[in-house]
Design a protein around this ligand. Structure first.
Ligand code: NDP
Ligand SMILES: O=C(O)C1=N[C@H](C(=O)O)C[C@H](O)C1
Length: 236
């Protein structure tokens, strides 16, 4: 993703002042390596996300965090942002299509809450290089279903070797080929199935969303998600 974001940024007349990777680790860099950068963008590895966020907060560099798989540490990150009066915006998926799907899902779960015949599940498909599972997007969508349906109280991302607990929202993950990222949230009844699906055709949609989020974050302090950007984005 780093390359996709850099290309999109340069096409949009932004300057990329530094890039980090496994041969040039960000945590080994000095403050001067980022120069006058007014924004950092992170697409790295789940285990690097929080250390990278910490470094950006210490250096007072606002950061758009796209890396997934670190959300168990969200409370620590909230504290970090408060302590440093820093700027962080994170999202498991920066596509506007997923943002719209997520908003639509909020309305659908409100309706489905009264319709006990419908059971909910989430499926995701990604390329074989993906490091984390389930995807951050699938986890987010499943949590949204749990929040919206009173008959569900937890997300179950593991393969089931027994009957599934009816209060679980099952998330299943497939890793195959080069799929950029596909997410389906479905509601299944004895009569029919209602499904919301997003399929990324390439990585440009994520990168464009990152730039939009970075422009929104400039001048703001606090911990934000794409949902905070969305009202401005959809109404622009
Ligand atoms: N929020 C969103 O919209 C999206 C989120 N993602 C998430 O972004 C993350 C990255 O995905 P993706 O770009 O596909 O993965 P890649 O494996 O392509 O990228 C990981 C990057 O991290 C770099 N890296 C590894 N070690 C270090 C280090 N010590 N210091 C600095 N950089 C390092 C790698 O460098 P090198 O190339 O040298 O190995 C590589 O550039 C995943 O968590 C994924 O889920 C992905 C797409 C969209
Ligand atoms: O690793 C990826 O490729 C992607 N990861 C994100 C996730 O975990 O949800 C977003 C997108 O699906 C691509």
């Amino acid at each position: 993703m780093g390359g996709a974001v850099a290309r999109e940024a340069e096409a949009d007349s932004h300057e990329v002042v530094a890039r980090f990777h496994s041969d040039r680790p960000f945590l080994e860099a000095s403050r001067s390596a980022v120069g006058e950068a007014d924004m950092a963008v992170d697409f790295s590895l789940p285990e690097l996300a929080v250390p990278h966020l910490r470094r950006c907060c210490e250096w007072q560099v606002p950061v758009v965090m796209g890396t997934t798989g670190w959300y168990d540490a969200l409370d620590d990150v909230r504290t970090l942002v408060q302590e440093h009066d820093a700027s962080v915006l994170y999202a498991p998926n920066f596509s506007i299509g997923v943002a719209v799907l997520s908003r639509a899902l909020g309305h659908v779960t409100t309706l489905m809450d009264a319709l006990d015949d419908y059971d909910a599940f989430v499926q995701e498909l990604h390329h074989t290089k993906k490091a984390d599972s389930p995807s951050g997007t699938a986890q987010m969508l499943a949590e949204q279903v749990v929040d919206g349906l009173s008959r569900k109280d937890h997300v179950e991302p593991e393969t089931q070797h027994q009957r599934i607990d009816p209060s679980a929202v099952h998330v299943s993950s497939t890793r195959a080929g080069t799929a950029f990222g596909e997410h389906t949230v479905a509601f299944d009844s004895p009569f029919d199935r209602v499904a919301l699906r997003h399929r990324a055709k390439n990585r440009r949609g994520f990168a464009a969303g990152v730039l939009r989020a970075a422009e929104w974050l400039r001048g703001r302090r606090g911990l934000f998600t794409l949902d905070d950007v969305l009202d401005d984005w959809l109404n622009a």
